[in-house]
Every structure is written in C-alpha cells, then in structure tokens.
Design a protein around this ligand. Structure first.
Ligand code: ARG
Length: 475
C-alpha cells in the first residue's frame, strides 16, 4: 500500500481515536472506563496476536518486510519490558491493547501506526481473550487430572475399607471407600470433558472480523488463525463481535467444578466432625481458634465450599451482563474479563489445595468400622436375598421392614435377631439368613455393573490408574 507517512492529527484529545474530538476526555471518565488495571493480564496474548496480525499483513502485501520486522521487534521488546516489570501502563490509554500500540508507535515511530490495519479492538479483545481462556482451560484440565490422580491414588491404600453410604444424609447401604473415591474421578472427568468441549468453540479465531462487518483490506484470516494455534475462524463477523458465549460456557464449566468441590468439601467437613469422626484432614490444611485451644478447624474445606459462591456469582454476572445486549459489540462487554479471571483464579486455587488434601487425609478406619453395625445398612441386600428366594419385592420390603422394626426395638443388628423372628415373618426362612447379613456380605452380594461390588470396583480402579498414567505429563 502506497500511503506515505503523515503526522498524527494534533487533536486536543490525545487518544488513538481522538481525531473527531475537540475536547479532552474527563479524567473521571478515564478512571471509570479503564480496563487496563485488569486486562493487562492479556498482554502476552495481545503481543502474540499483534505479531501474527503483522506477519499476515506482510504476507498479503499490506506491510513491507522492513515494516513487518520493525513492528515485530518492537512488539517483542515491549513484551520483554512488561515481563520484567519495566513497562508503565497508563490509565488514560484505557486498556492493554491501546497501551501496547501506543508504546509501539513511541518506540518505532509512524510504522507502528500501521499495525491496526484491518482490525478493530473489538476483534483484538476477543482474540486475546479466547487465547487466554484456551490456556486457562488447559491449566484447569491439568489440575483436575492431578485431583483425579489423588482420588484414584487412595483406592489401593483404602482397599477393603467399607463406608456407610448415605441418601438424605441418612445411612443407606454400605459402599467401598474405593467406590467413593472413584465417584469423584467420574465427576471430575465430566468436568474435564465439558472443558474440552468448550475448548473447541473457544479455539476459533475472531481476528479479521474487525469492528462488526469485516474489513475491505485483503487480509488472510486463516493464516492468522493457524499462526495462533486456532482450529479455524469464526464465520460471521457480527456474531463474532458480539459473542461472549465462549467465556460464559467456560465459567459455566468452572461453576460445575466448583459445585463438585463444594459438595466434596461439605462431605469432608461433616466427616471430620466429632459426631462423624470418619476423617482427619492433614493438619497443614487446618487452622486453630484464637480462643478455644482444642480447636482444629477444616478451614480450607470451608473456604472451598464458600468460594464456589464466587464462581457461581461470576457465571450469573456474565449471563446477566449479556442477556439484553443488541448486536454487535457493546462496551458492557468490557465487564466480562474480571469475572472470568476471578472464576479461573478461584477454581485454580481450590484445585491446587484439593489434591494434596485428598492425598493426605486419614480415614479413621476403626471409628468407621464400629459405626457400620448401626443403621441397618444390610437391610436392602437382605430384602434382595428374599426376592431371590422367590418372594415378591413389595412383600419382601414389608417383611424386612418388620424385622428392622423388631431389631430397632431391641437395639440390635438384624443378624442379632433370633431365628424365630425370621420364621415368624416368613415360614420359608431358616438359619441360612445369617449367611447373608452384615455389611461385609452385603458388599460382596452386589452384582450390577457400576455397583460397589469389590471385583468391579477393583477393575474400575485399575482402568482409572491406567488411563491417568498414560496421559501426557504437564508441559
Ligand atoms: N477496553 C475495551 C474492552 O475491553 C475495548 C473496547 C474496544 N471497543 C470499543 N468500541 N470501544 O472491551
């Protein structure tokens, strides 16, 4: 392109967009509208995106090779300055994008004014943000995998440990501790799958959709996309300019992670009470009381439960932020970043502590074992035993209900009831009932796929170990 260099217009307003203005921006508006205090976190993505854009502009002949080189070198130097804390971000330049561009012009002169050819901050912001979210997804995915490893890693050491399983927080049926650990591996796997699915939609390049309608400059969007590691380009410029679905679904996926962590934390808070006495969290993850000397409080678990509120709040904010926006770009969208950053930071912090906490907690096996004889955890498997003898389910349910009522009255286990009690509810029952009562036999009796049957659980633990061991190591 043959345009010669021209001096910047001496507008009263020294903004990159100041040409049409004849007065300076009110300082209060600058403070109100700035995003650089937080979108400076996008600086690496911004530099990388601008370099890819400049390379493309040169490839299509919009920049000369000398111009490209100056721009790329200038951007790299600015990147270095920011990395080493030597760069001063200015609030009056609003955001990270205009700060970097202004620094480039100051550094290399007029050539720097060509960088923004064929793009707008609207697609620039979206590009940087998508690159950031993509990295965040990969990072959270690795942390989820580490936590899965912590849960699966417990299966061997806790082999044979039986826990009371609950519904309505009332004792229900016995489950293997390993079955419980693997339940979390499954939940976390769904979280990872959701993030992976979200990543496919995040990883499309909006660069080149410009402000809203595209550009008349003969750019090569595919080239930039490839350069930045995107899987393709967003197809519609209006859609792209207004779209924050990618950020919202990322935070929705994070919210489910937070909900899973919160449920786990709540469970372990209960388990570590004197009332339950099932679990001792590692002391490094607990804190004491300034007035009650005996206290060992599970604060990390409580905060994990509490921080889910922030993440869910961020999802709520993003949905409300976007729900009434007309197409295409609106400045409201600037409010998206802090919510995404906060949700990511929060979930990351929770996951970083969850893995060592899971690995380091001690199951209080004896206390748990003592409790297994209370709560008639074998009642359902005993009912199924009667069904297998030919008694209809509803009848068997009623008979066992009567036996449980009798045992409750005597404050004994089902296995402690005399044979007469069994005979009195059904003439076919004999001494063999004692062969199927008790939690250990109940556990062994499970058969269905996905049940807490020891062999099936061991098979699943082995499958998980293999699956997690064969994953790529942390880059
Ligand atoms: N700082 C703004 C943001 O992050 C950039 C907006 C650019 N677009 C505009 N039309 N003002 O969203």
């Amino acid at each position: 392109m043959g345009a010669g260099s021209s001096a910047p217009p001496a507008a009263a307003n020294k903004k990159p967009w100041g040409g049409v203005f004849d007065t300076a921006t009110d300082a209060r508006v600058e403070a109100f509208g700035q995003s650089v205090s937080y979108d400076c976190r996008l600086f690496r993505q911004d530099i990388r995106g601008s370099i890819a854009h400049a390379e493309m502009l040169a490839a299509v002949g919009v920049l000369t090779d000398a111009e490209r080189r100056q721009i790329v070198e200038g951007l790299e130097q600015i990147g270095q300055e920011i990395e080493t804390g030597r760069f001063e971000f200015k609030q009056e330049l609003e955001d990270v994008h205009m700060n970097i561009e202004r620094a480039l012009v100051e550094r290399i002169g007029d050539v720097g004014r060509k960088l923004h050819t064929g793009r707008s901050r609207n697609d620039q912001v979206s590009t940087d943000f998508r690159l950031w979210v993509r990295d965040a997804i990969d990072q959270i995915d690795r942390l989820l995998r580490d936590l899965q490893r912590a849960f699966v890693g417990r299966c061997e050491a806790d082999a044979g440990v039986i826990l009371p399983g609950y519904t309505h927080l009332q004792r229900a049926q016995p489950v293997l501790a390993a079955h419980y650990w693997l339940a979390y591996a499954e939940k976390l796997q769904r979280d990872r799958d959701r993030l992976g699915d979200c990543r496919r939609r995040v990883n499309l390049s909006p660069l080149g959709t410009a402000a809203l309608a595209g550009t008349t400059i003969p750019i090569d969007r595919e080239r930039v996309a490839k350069d930045l590691g995107f899987d393709g380009v967003v197809a519609n410029s209006l859609d792209s300019s207004s779209d924050r679905d990618f950020a919202i679904e990322f935070v929705a996926a994070l919210s489910l992670v937070a909900v899973h962590l919160s449920g786990w934390a709540e469970e372990w808070i209960l388990w570590s009470t004197t009332e339950f006495g099932f679990l001792t969290p590692p002391q490094q993850f607990c804190t004491g009381s300034s007035i009650m000397p005996q206290k060992i409080n599970p604060d990390v678990l409580e905060l994990t439960r509490g921080k889910a509120a922030r993440v869910i709040g961020s999802l709520q904010s993003l949905l409300v932020l976007t729900k009434g926006l007309p197409m295409a770009y609106n400045r409201d969208l600037q409010e998206d970043k802090e919510r995404v950053f906060d949700a990511t930071d929060t979930v990351r912090a929770c996951l970083e502590l969850a893995a060592p906490l899971v690995a380091g907690a001690e199951l209080r096996r004896e206390a748990i074992r003592e409790r297994l004889d209370h709560g008639y955890l074998d009642a359902t498997t005993f009912m199924e035993h009667l069904i297998k003898l030919g008694i209809p389910q509803r009848t068997a349910h009623g008979l066992v209900g009567k036996l449980v009522a009798a045992a409750m009255k005597e404050r004994v286990r089902l296995a402690d009831l005399p044979i007469e009690a069994y005979r009195s509810v059904h003439p076919d029952l004999d001494e063999s009932v004692y062969d199927v009562l008790g939690v250990d036999r109940a556990i062994e009796a499970f058969r269905s796929y996905g049940s807490t049957n020891p062999e099936l659980v061991e098979q699943q633990a082995a499958a998980w170990r293999e699956r997690l061991a064969n994953e790529e190591p942390n880059p």
